[in-house]
Structures are given as structure tokens and as C-alpha cells.
Design a protein around this ligand. Structure first.
Ligand code: ADE
Length: 236
């Protein structure tokens, strides 16, 4: 699985992605490349942006430069068709289900914007001709798409067989069945006078499973009523 990040700040990668299990599998199960948008600048000053038509604050990245960078990125995949994602607060909101939809074994190209954005014409062109999809990691605005790209990469790759030591844990954790995960405890059994729930020490696996399900329901109801509604709808 080759992931290519098209960015003005390639030095930000792999960054935090080399820690955890993902880093251990980098170079075997998955690979990461970066394409520096600035390398495709059409002028001797390596300038990639210009003022927005219609006025307003900030600068907009020019379409021809992004187009050339994406064309170069896609050329690295030979006969494979990678999924192409543009990280933008205007995109579809990301979650585990969106992550599973993005994943195919062919590869992934992620375009990161900066400044006020990228000229819409190049986004539209890649939508029409290469099925580019726009994704947001949430209703807030960051300075650029690089941190969102890292969020997307880590989330997607955790679903790839061979990444996790224990594939069960992907199915067991928060959101996998529209519930947040139950609380976890480890040794010591008593800490500052607080005991671990006794059922967890009972060795009764059926009771433990029941307790965990109830706990997951309770916490979801309390913290995420929207998710709880969804769970009720899907589990009637
Ligand atoms: N770029 C800036 N903010 C973003 C967000 N919330 N999601 C994706 N890309 C972004």
C-alpha cells in the first residue's frame, strides 16, 4: 500500500507516523512518499500562490502547479488506480466508516492545502477525471491539510490486515458498533483506595462481557447522545 502526500511541507512527514505500530510496518506493509508542490512552481522564485480573484484575505495556490504535482504523484502508481483525497474543511466529515470506504489495496494520494485554499478548477478537474474526494477531519479549521492527512493515514491503515498485532482490537474499540469503548483497568487492583470493578476479577467471561456492554452503552448515552440514537436505530 503506497501512500503519497502532495504537500508544501514534505518535511512534516512521516513525523508522528513513525511511532506506534505503523512505524514498525513502514517499508513492509505500507510505504510513504511525499511530493513537494513547490518543486512544480512555474517561476524562478518558486512561488506557488497568488491573490484571490474577487479580493479578500490570504493567498490561493495556483491550479497548474497543483495539477503538475498530482500528475507526477499518480505516475508513480503505474497501472494501479489510487484513491485521491483532498484534505479540506469543506469535505465530507471523516470517521471510521469513511476510512474503510477510502481503503483499497491499490494506494492513496493525499493532497494537502495551505493558505486560503487551492484554485477550485484543479479540484473540479481531478474530481471529474480521477474521482478525487474531499475530506474534512472535523468542524474546525487548521492551517493546512498535513495534520488532517496524518489523522486519515493512521485511521485508514489500522484497518489493513497485518498492521495490528491483535486484529480483534479494531473491532472491539470505540465506534466499531456505534458505541464508545468500555472503561479499561489494569494492576494494581486497588489504587488510592479505589478498587477495580469486582466483576473484572471474577474470571467469569460471560459476566465480564455483559458488564462491558452495559458500560459501553451507559457511557455512550451520557457523552454522545447522537451516537446512542444511532445505536438504538441500528439495534432494534
Ligand atoms: N485543512 C484545514 N482544516 C481542515 C480540516 N478540518 N479537515 C481537513 N483539512 C483541513
Amino acid at each position: 500500500m503506497l501512500v503519497t502526500v502532495v504537500t508544501l511541507f514534505p518535511e512534516m512527514f512521516p513525523g508522528p507516523l513513525v511511532y506506534s505500530l505503523l512505524g514498525k510496518k513502514l517499508g513492509t506493509i505500507w510505504d510513504l512518499k511525499t511530493v513537494n508542490i513547490r518543486d512544480f512552481a512555474d517561476n524562478i522564485w518558486h512561488k506557488v500562490d497568488d491573490t484571490p480573484y474577487g479580493g479578500g484575505a490570504g493567498m490561493v495556490i495556483k491550479p497548474n502547479i497543483v495539477h503538475d504535482a498530482l500528475t507526477y504523484a499518480i505516475s508513480m502508481y503505474n497501472d494501479i488506480t489510487p484513491t485521491i483525497v483532498y484534505m479540506t474543511p469543506r469535505g465530507k466529515v471523516f470517521n471510521n466508516n469513511v476510512a474503510k470506504g477510502i481503503l483499497n489495496n491499490n494506494g492513496l494520494i493525499i493532497l494537502c492545502g495551505r493558505y486560503e485554499g487551492i484554485d477550485q478548477r484543479v479540484i473540479d478537474f481531478w474530481k471529474t477525471n480521477h474521482n478525487l474526494i474531499e475530506i474534512s477531519i472535523g468542524d474546525y479549521v487548521l492551517f493546512g491539510g498535513e495534520i488532517p492527512a496524518m489523522v486519515l493515514i493512521e485511521t485508514c491503515l489500522r484497518f489493513i490486515p497485518g498492521i495490528m498485532h491483535n486484529p480483534e482490537s479494531v473491532n472491539d474499540e470505540s465506534f466499531s458498533i456505534d458505541l464508545l469503548e468500555y472503561s479499561q483497568y489494569t494492576k494494581p487492583a486497588i489504587w488510592y483506595g479505589n478498587s477495580v470493578p469486582s466483576v473484572l476479577l471474577s474470571g467469569n467471561h460471560l459476566e465480564i462481557a455483559k458488564w462491558r456492554t452495559n458500560q459501553a452503552k451507559q457511557i455512550t448515552k451520557e457523552v454522545r447522545p447522537d451516537l446512542w440514537e444511532k445505536y438504538l436505530k441500528n439495534n432494534l
